[in-house]
Design a protein around this ligand. Structure first.
Ligand code: 13P
Ligand code: SF4
Length: 332
């Protein structure tokens, strides 16, 4: 869908967004991969699990979701009575795209003894076909509660699934999806960077391929990586951190620890923008303003499908318990 250009010159967008936020009784949620100006305006910035919890708990009438489609849909599944807007309707995800519901259903049908443990980065239809949803910050806690003899399909992220298989000595069947952003980190360039900063630890997201994760001192969700950065002083880790996830998260690190140095892990040519999520980048201040003004693009989900998808999400929220959400997959 093409978003029509609108002339907003002369408007102070931050003031207008603040006005509309009150008028609409709206809450603005933002993921750590959003542009700094959106993170700064948001009422809450978090990882996928924290954002799901906020979406389920808020008493706002409107949720403006600065993130991608599967996140805004999760908010709608958990809070159907609220209006949920996504500033750019084209903000998708390569993991969601890798897993068409009909192919996932066919795969499940040939593995009737397997349950489906599914990463939240998928469509509502795939959530409806799944038994339990996980995020990167809840996956470990949830997997630990599943009988080791239980056969499992894990999708759509083969790197997160492979990481969990190695760490928990499981043999989950992996759907072959990847995040194009984390897939683009280069091991060679990372090692060159490490030679320049030999004392800097590496923190990596589990969506990274094993060649990157294997060099990491810490592996965890976005909020886990942020917490690791905040604990650098108390853990005696020095003043520099190499960050192997989407680089917009560095904004929160710099706000919390302006005296430290955070270096984004490099992509293939050492200097590309290939680790910026092109889907997250579609959201802008202008589009957020328009979505609050016009209450579009709105997320709508057919009620039967929503209830099906809610079961696997509710299971995640129950099994993740109250302590998860600090983003911890932990050290390797
Ligand atoms: P988390 O913030 O839950 O770690 O998810 C990362 C991600 O890729 C979101 O799209
Ligand atoms: Fe999807 Fe990767 Fe972008 Fe997250 S960073 S929304 S997993 S493409």
């Amino acid at each position: 869908m093409t978003v029509q250009p609108v002339n907003l010159s002369g408007l102070d967008l931050r003031t207008e967004i603040d006005r509309l936020r009150i008028e609409r009784k709206a809450v603005i949620l933002a993921h750590y991969y959003q542009k700094p100006e959106l993170q700064d305006l948001a009422d809450f910035v978090g990882d996928s699990l924290e954002l799901s919890r906020k979406a389920a708990a808020t008493d706002a009438e409107v949720i403006a979701f600065c993130g991608v489609k599967f996140m805004a849909e999760t908010a709608k599944i958990l809070s159907p009575e609220k209006i949920v807007v996504l500033p750019d309707v084209n903000a998708g995800c390569s993991l969601e795209d890798s897993c068409p519901p009909e192919k996932f259903a066919a795969f499940r049908a040939v593995h009737p003894e397997h349950i489906a443990l599914t990463y939240i980065n998928c469509s509502t239809e795939v959530k409806a076909l799944s038994d339990v949803i996980v995020t990167s910050s809840s996956a470990e806690t949830i997997l630990a509660q599943i009988d080791p003899a239980q056969k499992i399909i894990f999708g759509p992220d083969r790197h997160l699934g492979g990481y969990l298989n190695r760490k928990f000595n499981r043999d989950m069947l992996l759907w072959p999806g990847v995040c194009i952003v984390h897939e683009a980190f280069s091991e060679t360039e990372l090692l060159k960077l490490k030679i320049k900063h030999p004392h800097a630890p590496i923190a990596a997201h589990p969506e990274c391929p094993p060649a990157i994760v294997d060099h990491a001192d810490y592996v965890g969700s976005t909020s886990g990586i942020l917490n690791y950065a905040k604990a650098m002083d108390s853990a005696g880790l020095g003043g520099t951190l190499i960050v192997a996830t989407e680089p917009h998260i560095i904004h929160q690190m710099q706000l919390a620890m302006p005296e430290k140095t955070f270096i984004g892990a490099p992509g293939a040519d050492g200097n590309c923008n290939c680790n910026i999520c092109p889907y997250m980048a579609l959201n802008t201040l202008e589009k957020l303003y328009l979505s609050l003004r016009d209450l579009t693009p709105r997320v709508e989900i057919e009620e039967g499908l929503r209830l099906q998808a809610k079961r696997s999400l509710d299971r995640m929220l129950e099994m993740a318990g109250g302590t998860v959400g600090k983003g911890d997959l932990g050290r390797r």
